[in-house]
Write a protein that binds this ligand. Structure first.
Ligand code: MSP
Length: 508
């Protein structure tokens, strides 16, 4: 592991978001998830690269700009700011923000198009079919009948096609031989099912008469390229593909492409076949999460029942929102979003369990040990079993995180937090101090052990609730201890402060 940690960074991506509307809970969820995974890897000592950004071309954006009476350029600049602002607000620590209107990205997309054209992988053909304006692609008659699309037109025109079908067999083999490639299992089966039918070639051009706002096809100036062909390439153009080999090789292949289940096909079929045609390695894991539902409807821009993440973060704090989103969704499944459940979760876990432990320990140390970390004496069985538990919890959290069982990781951390509370109940340090407050006394030992376990739990929580976990760690003078998760590092006689009420109860 050591050597691997040095050589290759863990590379994590979010989808790049369309700038036709303001950021909503769906965008926030994927981005927070990526941030949590990224922060966790950093915590355990990996080098990482976390990419997010915006998908700025295509008809949807062109139409949104028109509606706002703006040029596409002005429109995208305004919306990019909204995305950047909200990521700052939600404490997202991305390493790079790619925009598909970046000059470098445009050049590289054109480079790929030209390369594939020269290799005979792209050809011109006349095609008549049903075109969905909302999806920006040709749809089959069956899809049209199922009625999932608005604005379907019959279109007959000349277009450029990428020989996607040629790679079908290779792709199926790859998916079958790499069980980690598409997660969860249900999505993997869905894609394998989809690939049982013959794959069509992919139409990768749009005539400028219909769409101007896109990247021009380098070998035919009458066309721009299909927005998905442009967008998917962001994952390699952002890390210097074909420009900065050192940077590219330190990141690629991507470890995690994160996305919602609605865009798994483009990522699991279009993207790998494009990479195969370019002789580039395939990403390690595509992770498709479910949808946040409200009133049993999908929360989306088109339906308009958007809960604004910023509002919740303003009302209850950024960490509380991050915590709820990570704790209440089983990765891969849908989850229903409700303010009631949000408050319930907050009160039970953060205000009660975590908040209580922080208060009890720091207040007792302040009252009885002059605000200095007490010096422990001999550990008894009770202490030894708590210390043993810490080790197994740290290992289990790691297993949960590696397996992308994010909600389980949180549940595991909270087992430890609840255990400190139980340990305090059993040892009753508030009674012990009445007998003896000397260094190495039972009271000192108990509070040392509790504070140390609080330090480790808080470190484990930093990826999820960075702000409050950091405050807690600072109140334990953790700053000078690095990110070590082994028991026994808290230094006796260093200051322990009461951080104030970090998680006030919310009325239900
Ligand atoms: N631009 C494309 C992605 C290109 S990636 C090369 C796109 N953009 S998007 O702005 O529509 O972002 C969609 C992302 O938000 C998807 O991952 C989608 O699943 C997610 N969500 C949108 N609404 C959602 C919920 N209500 N719940 C969870 N995620 C959902 O698609």
């Amino acid at each position: 592991i050591g050597a691997e940690r040095k050589m290759k960074k863990i590379y994590i991506t979010t989808p790049i978001y369309y700038v036709n509307d303001k950021p909503h809970i769906g965008h926030a969820y994927t981005t927070i998830l990526a941030d949590v995974i990224n922060r966790y890897y950093k915590l355990i000592g990996y080098k990482t690269f976390f990419l997010t950004g915006t998908d700025e071309h295509g008809l949807k954006v062109q139409q949104a700009a028109l509606k706002n009476n703006q040029t596409p350029h002005m429109h995208v600049d305004t919306y990019v700011k909204k995305f950047k602002n909200i990521w700052k607000k939600l404490n997202i620590e991305y390493d790079y923000f790619i925009r598909t209107t970046d000059k470098k990205h445009i050049q590289q997309v054109q480079h790929v198009l030209q390369f594939l054209y020269d290799q005979g992988e792209i050809y011109l053909d006349e095609y008549e079919g049903l075109y969905s304006i909302s999806e920006e692609r040709f749809v089959t008659e069956k899809e049209a009948e199922e009625g999932n699309f608005r604005e379907i037109k019959k279109i007959k025109e000349k277009n450029y096609f990428f020989k996607m079908s040629k790679y079908q067999k290779k792709l199926v083999n790859y998916i079958q031989n790499n069980s980690e490639f598409i997660k969860p299992e249900s999505r993997r089966n869905e894609i394998l099912g989809f690939l049982k039918k013959p794959l069509n070639d992919l139409c990768i051009s749009r005539p400028k008469s219909r769409l101007e706002w896109g990247i021009e096809i380098p070998f035919d100036s009458n066309y721009v390229t299909y927005v998905w062909f442009d967008a998917l390439l962001n994952y390699i153009t952002a890390i210097g593909w074909n420009q900065d080999n050192k940077k590219f090789n330190s990141c690629w292949p991507a470890d995690y492409h994160l996305m919602g289940k609605d865009i798994i096909t483009t990522h699991a079929v279009y993207w790998p076949t494009m990479l195969l045609a370019c002789n580039i390695k395939l990403p390690k894991t595509l992770l498709a999460h479910g949808w946040w539902l409200t009133d049993e409807n999908k929360m989306s821009k088109s339906i308009g029942n958007i809960i604004k993440p910023l509002d919740l973060a303003d009302e209850f704090g950024v960490d509380s929102l991050r915590y709820y989103l990570m704790r209440n969704m089983v990765l891969g499944q849908d989850a229903s979003f409700s303010k009631k459940l949000f408050i319930k979760r907050y009160n039970a876990d953060l205000a009660n369990d975590y908040g209580n432990v922080i208060n009890r320990i720091t207040i007792l140390i302040n009252k009885n040990f002059n605000g200095l970390c007490p010096e422990p004496g001999q550990y008894q069985n009770k202490e030894l079993s708590v210390i043993k538990l810490v080790k197994s919890i740290v290992e289990e959290v790691d297993k949960n995180m590696q397996n992308l069982k994010i909600h389980d990781a949180l549940e595991t951390i909270f087992t430890l937090i609840r255990e400190i509370n139980k340990y305090l109940e059993i040892r009753q340090p508030w009674q012990l101090v009445k007998d003896n407050k000397n260094p190495k006394s039972p009271a000192a030992t108990c509070l040392y052990v509790s504070a140390e376990v609080l330090r480790i739990s808080s470190l484990l929580l930093t990826p999820f609730i960075p702000e409050k976990a950091e405050i807690t760690l600072n109140s334990l003078s953790q700053n000078n201890m690095g990110n070590d998760l082994t028991f026994g590092l808290l230094i006796p006689n260093t200051p322990v402060k009461h951080p104030g009420s970090l998680f006030p109860r919310i009325d239900e």
